[in-house]
Design a protein around this ligand. Structure first.
Ligand SMILES: Nc1nc2c(ncn2[C@@H]2O[C@H](COP(=O)(O)OP(=O)(O)OP(=O)(O)O)[C@@H](O)[C@H]2O)c(=O)[nH]1
Length: 692
């Protein structure tokens, strides 16, 4: 029999069947000195990881013995057992009181493992049947509970300016980016109090009962594995180089994927061989001009159709910044994916096609240039780089460039509420590579383009001459200067899940940390279901890592949870301060260019991060003056174009994890769409019902 069989399946009958009898227990012998030393070290490690859980040392050591002192396997096993017990306790509590489901503290904390006895039976050394005896006095040696510090919510401010959805940008100093004093280094995430359920909508810290429908885990069980001082590590990391999430948006076929693929190639992130292969393969299906786009458009369908459908994600670095690049689809059919990608972004590149007639069709009412810009702004993007692309197709015309700048700037400042100083226009060609990373010089082409059928047969000298009017920075120099926003590193942990799949040894969940931090070995909660899981392993930019903080895009492998219990749109959160789930909330919205005025009962599709749920505008509370924030009219009968208003929204399906904008700038924004068009964007001001 393998000694590594799953200890969960052990029971006393099995043990007896395996040839042991009760006399074996009497023959227990002490461990060798070497085993004892290993056991002591491993026990201390597991105790540190599971600090706060009421697991006896005996249970730990029994599991360690079975797993050959493998700490990770032992922790994963024990946490899974804890989660099971909590689940059972929750179900029992729900039976008793279905109106306010809570996780039982005692359920989480009382080790009542059915096979505890079995653990102490001889399994580690089958040959000799030598035993070690866990000292009886340690049975009640419960792993100590760690106290954490609390972060006050009072510092948060609600921004009443209708379109001023974003937080202000802060200078690139690591210390300044973290809210609070920065002197506390322990996990405030797990110590942050629950949000008040009071009906004011202004969430305040309370120590008491959670909102109905929000499961609260036992305090003891929430302190799993805070071993790394993440805040300090985070400060060190940003002091070295800022990390930003950059989304590339724009009308279909504006050249987004080509531009980014070519830039990655010129930056050395993609090698010549790969581009050559893309070129050959693209040529075979008559799409040679898409070779660079294939760096980011990876699926067969995207390549065959020549359009981006899902958000392509990759990473690259400039001199002063680390970027996670999100290549959003431009086609209107994939706006939900574009919203999901942009919701994860800090900054954006809006790509516009300068070709005669093409800029115009992207910019008109049916084009995606305006819609994407409005969505990006409404989703919190403040800094926008506008790549005026395909300038090769208009002979590098300065007049055309200036005309586009003029038209776009007016719209972006007046209608989309971008600050003029946060807009940077860069003329370029994604195809030839001009002005992406460098400029052409007489005698040497800038791009080293691998694509043989360049769209313009012009000489380098001609490009240099025609484009001599531009003296500004290249695209890469421009994005290298973008500021990272202040990250909510010390707030409760939140991660929006953008992808879920069965990973090696657990449920793999991809997404971005919106707030707080997380580390391997930590127990977390999955909302809306309230299931618990433990972070078994973590990857960032394809590299294994032990921790991640707000702003990081990561892949977390979770144990103690089933694949079906997590989905795209789920939010992984701190177990002490779980995110509310709701179907009814108040929001302050800005109405876009609607054809039909919005009335009570107006059906909408509400987009929130990667969720989109049907619902209705259930109440028109008041219209608001965009400038002053004052009420213009109470209970209006309808809302027209450009109106700012307070409304209530009811979802007709499942409850989703949602926060007020005051509590989370990232998770407190919603987009409303109808008939394939975005009709409004808003910020959540109050959760009106908790649970489903
Ligand atoms: N002349 C010229 N053509 C370009 C340039 N950039 C891209 N193209 C072409 O424009 C077409 C669309 O390019 P993509 O990169 O797929 O455009 P996209 O914006 O990513 O498309 P979606 O993601 O599907 O919206 C391809 O045929 C490209 O070769 C450019 O700078 N100059």
């Amino acid at each position: 029999m393998s000694r590594h069989r799953n200890v969960r399946n052990l029971d006393i009958d099995d043990v007896m069947d395996d040839g042991y009898d009760e006399d074996d227990y009497a023959e227990e012998q002490p461990m060798s000195a070497e085993d004892q030393a290993q056991m002591d070290d491993a026990t201390e490690e597991v105790k540190a990881i599971l600090a706060g859980s009421k697991i006896s040392v005996k249970e730990i050591q029994d599991a360690l013995w079975h797993y050959y002192f493998d700490v990770d396997q032992t922790v994963a096993y024990l946490v899974e057992e804890l989660a099971k017990k909590q689940k059972a306790a929750t179900a029992a509590a729900a039976k008793k009181n279905t109106s306010t489901p809570k996780l039982s503290q005692s359920g989480a904390a009382t080790p009542t493992h059915a096979s505890t006895k079995t653990f102490s039976t001889p399994k580690h050394n089958d040959a000799s049947k030598a035993q070690f005896t866990t000292p009886a006095t340690q049975d009640d040696d419960i792993v100590e509970f760690l106290e954490d510090d609390e972060v006050p919510y009072g510092q948060l401010r609600f921004d009443m300016s209708a379109m001023n959805f974003g937080s202000s940008l802060k200078p690139a100093s690591a210390a300044k980016k973290i809210s609070g004093t920065g002197t506390k280094t322990t996990s405030s995430a797990s110590g942050t109090p629950l949000l008040s359920t009071d009906r004011s909508g202004m969430s305040t810290p309370v120590e008491s009962a959670p909102p109905s429908g929000v499961s609260t885990p036992s305090k003891a069980a929430t302190k799993l594995g805070k071993r790394i001082d993440v805040v300090t590590e985070y400060q060190k990391r940003v002091a070295e180089k800022e990390s930003l999430n950059l989304v590339v948006i724009g009308h279909v076929d504006a050249g987004k994927s080509t531009l980014m693929g070519h830039m990655l190639y010129l930056q050395g992130e993609v090698n010549e061989k790969t581009i050559r292969k893309h070129e050959r393969d693209a040529q075979k299906i008559g799409k040679a001009s898409f070779a660079f786009a294939w760096v980011l458009d990876e699926t067969g369908e995207e390549r065959a159709r020549g359009i981006t459908m899902d958000v392509g994600v990759t990473k690259f670095e400039t001199e002063h910044r680390r970027f996670t690049l999100l290549d959003a689809p431009g086609h209107r059919d994939f706006i939900p994916n574009m919203i999901s990608g942009t919701a994860q972004a800090d900054v954006a590149i809006l790509v516009v096609d300068s070709t005669t007639g093409e800029f115009e069709s992207g910019f008109d009412a049916n084009g995606q240039t305006k819609e994407h810009a409005l969505l990006a702004r409404s989703l919190g993007v403040q800094q926008l780089v506008i790549a005026v692309n395909k300038l090769d197709s208009v002979g590098w015309s300065e007049a055309r460039f200036l005309d586009i700048v003029h038209r776009l700037e007016g719209f972006l400042v007046k209608d989309a509420s971008f600050k003029k100083s946060n807009l940077i226009f860069v003329p370029c060609s994604g195809f030839t590579g001009e002005n992406l990373v460098r400029r052409s010089k007489t005698g040497s082409i800038c791009n080293g383009s691998a694509v043989t059928d360049a769209p313009v047969g012009e000489s380098v000298a001609k490009v240099v001459q025609d484009f001599a009017w531009y003296r500004g920075p290249t695209l890469i120099q421009t994005i290298d200067k973008l500021d990272a926003p202040t990250r909510a590193v010390e707030k409760p942990f939140r991660m929006s899940v953008t992808d879920v799949f069965k990973g090696a040894g657990g449920v793999a969940t991809a997404g971005r940390l919106e707030a707080g931090h997380v580390q391997v070995g930590e127990a977390i909660m999955v909302m809306p279901g309230g299931e618990m899981a433990v972070v078994k392993s973590m990857e960032m930019n394809d590299e294994p890592t032990r921790w991640a903080a707000a702003g990081d895009s990561v892949l977390l492998t979770l144990s103690g949870i089933e694949l079906l219990q997590v989905s795209t749109g789920s939010v992984l959160c701190s177990r002490d301060a779980p995110i509310p789930v709701t179907t009814h909330f108040a929001a302050q919205i800005v109405v876009f260019d609607v054809k039909i005025p919005i009335t009570v009962g107006f059906p909408v599709i509400m987009h929130h991060q990667s969720h989109n749920e049907p619902g209705t505008i259930s109440k028109l509370v008041a219209t608001i003056d965009k400038g002053t924030g004052e009420i213009v009219k109470k209970s209006p009968r309808h809302l027209g174009k450009n109106t700012t208003a307070m409304v209530e929204i009811k979802l007709s399906g499942r409850a989703i994890p949602l926060e007020t904008f005051k509590d989370s700038k990232e998770l407190g924004r919603v987009m409303l769409r109808k008939g394939g068009e975005t009709i409004a964007a808003g910020i959540v001001t109050k959760i009106l019902s908790y649970g489903s």
